[in-house]
Design a protein. Structure first.
Length: 416
């Protein structure tokens, strides 16, 4: 295990880790940076050989997708094959669109990754360290689960062409431009196809991993900031031992420390809100397409699950795992967008519990700052898909219900 870990670190040594703003960014995003590097999608590495590797992979992915579309337009002969082709083309096409949109807003994502380190959030207390560790662990857990589910799905797709009833078959319908239905050509065609299919599928997973890492990173910032607001009085009175709170609010040095700390927290809250709004702008259009694509995929993949159970157990499990991944990756985005909304609202609750009633609100400038934060936090930040629907668990459940209704109609049409 140690040897494998060392090998993994050696082959994924990305410059993104060298350019990290500090320990917090490295801890949160190390795994994300490494898998992005191995997928050929890193924006931090500009060496000649990495650029050659990255551009070769991108060209291979583009060629592979054109072959899939060509096959669907020329060789499709039934509804089942159309649905099978549409499933892979939609998820791959949306992944490419999301990646291109992310490239257009690369500075925003870099700023988001460094925001927690640069904002100098007070992480000195055990409680805040525990909060950060909790969200880091959650991020790693969801990342591993997503990679594991995606890996199992790909494994089933790799095996299916080798055990189905068709003698010379590939994982997905693909026009290669040559006849590979010969014993001498099929192993070569299958190997090339699997390599290309693996990289394009892996790029889909990487896009989802990048998105969830940035969302959880924002959630962590909100929770730590809420703890800072709630315990601001406790933090400021550490250097004034022996004084009661009535005495503290009359102490000029304490008043100076408190006002300074409050001003810093207000500025940090403003920055986190700004980062959230920037993220909202960058994911709005891609997530609108993703919601529409996921709705179709849930319907189409559910159709495959329902129609392949009695035909092929391998294809049934392949479709079932693919359905599970589609449901999970959309759930992750909606889950953390919902959490951002909740945690942004929680700032006002934390401020209410900060001990302002002890007399600190009477200090010059304190009441105005408290009201400013409460006003900002009273309007929760809702991340949306194109401004049409909220990215929330409620929207997720509604989408699943709609997809299921469309699935029942599709199955009924097939039966008729």
């Amino acid at each position: 295990m140690v040897l494998l870990t060392s090998l993994w670190r050696a082959i994924t040594h990305t410059k993104a880790l060298e350019d990290s703003s500090g320990e917090i960014e490295t801890t949160f995003f190390e795994t994300v940076y490494r898998i992005t590097y191995i997928a050929g999608l890193s924006n931090s590495d500009h060496s000649f050989f990495y650029k050659l590797y990255s551009n070769t992979l991108k060209l291979m992915i583009a060629t592979f997708m054109m072959g899939e579309v060509w096959y669907m337009l020329t060789y499709v002969s039934s509804l089942d094959i159309v649905i099978e082709q549409m499933n892979v083309i939609i998820i791959q096409g949306m992944s490419v669109f999301r990646y291109m949109y992310m490239q257009m807003h690369e500075p925003v994502y870099k700023k988001l990754a460094t925001s927690m380190q640069i904002s100098n959030l007070d992480m000195s207390t055990p409680a805040r360290k525990a909060l950060a560790e909790y969200w880091i662990e959650r991020s790693e857990t969801y990342l591993k689960f997503m990679l594991g589910l995606g890996g199992l799905t790909l494994a089933a797709w790799y095996v299916y062409p080798l055990v189905d009833d068709i003698e010379y078959n590939l994982t997905v319908g693909l026009q290669l431009g040559v006849d590979f239905s010969r014993p001498s050509r099929y192993p070569i065609a299958y190997t090339i196809h699997i390599v290309a299919f693996h990289y394009i599928s892996f790029s889909v997973i990487v896009n989802d991993v990048i998105m969830q890492a940035h969302l959880i990173h924002l959630v962590c910032q909100y929770t730590v900031l809420a703890d800072c607001f709630e315990n601001i009085l406790v933090d400021c009175e550490k250097d004034f031992k022996g004084l009661s709170r009535d005495q503290l609010v009359r102490d000029s040095r304490f008043r100076e420390v408190y006002i300074s700390q409050l001003g810093l927290l207000v500025e940090q809250h403003k920055n986190i809100l700004m980062h959230t709004m920037e993220l909202r702008k960058t994911i709005s259009l891609p997530m609108l397409g993703q919601m529409a694509a996921s709705g179709m995929q849930i319907c189409f993949t559910g159709y495959q699950v329902a129609t392949t159970l009695t035909v092929s157990m391998t294809k049934f499990f392949m479709s079932l795992l693919f359905l599970g991944y589609n449901l999970f990756e959309l759930f992750v985005v909606c889950r953390w967008c919902d959490e951002i909304k909740f945690q942004s609202e929680n700032i006002s609750n934390a401020l209410y519990c900060s001990g302002w009633e002890c007399g600190v609100a009477a200090m010059a400038g304190v009441r105005a700052r408290l009201m400013l934060v409460v006003t900002r936090a009273s309007k929760p930040l809702v991340l949306t898909a194109g401004g049409i629907t909220d990215l929330s668990l409620e929207s997720y459940s509604n989408l699943v219900k709609t997809s299921y209704s469309a699935l029942t109609i599709l199955l009924r049409l097939r039966h008729d």
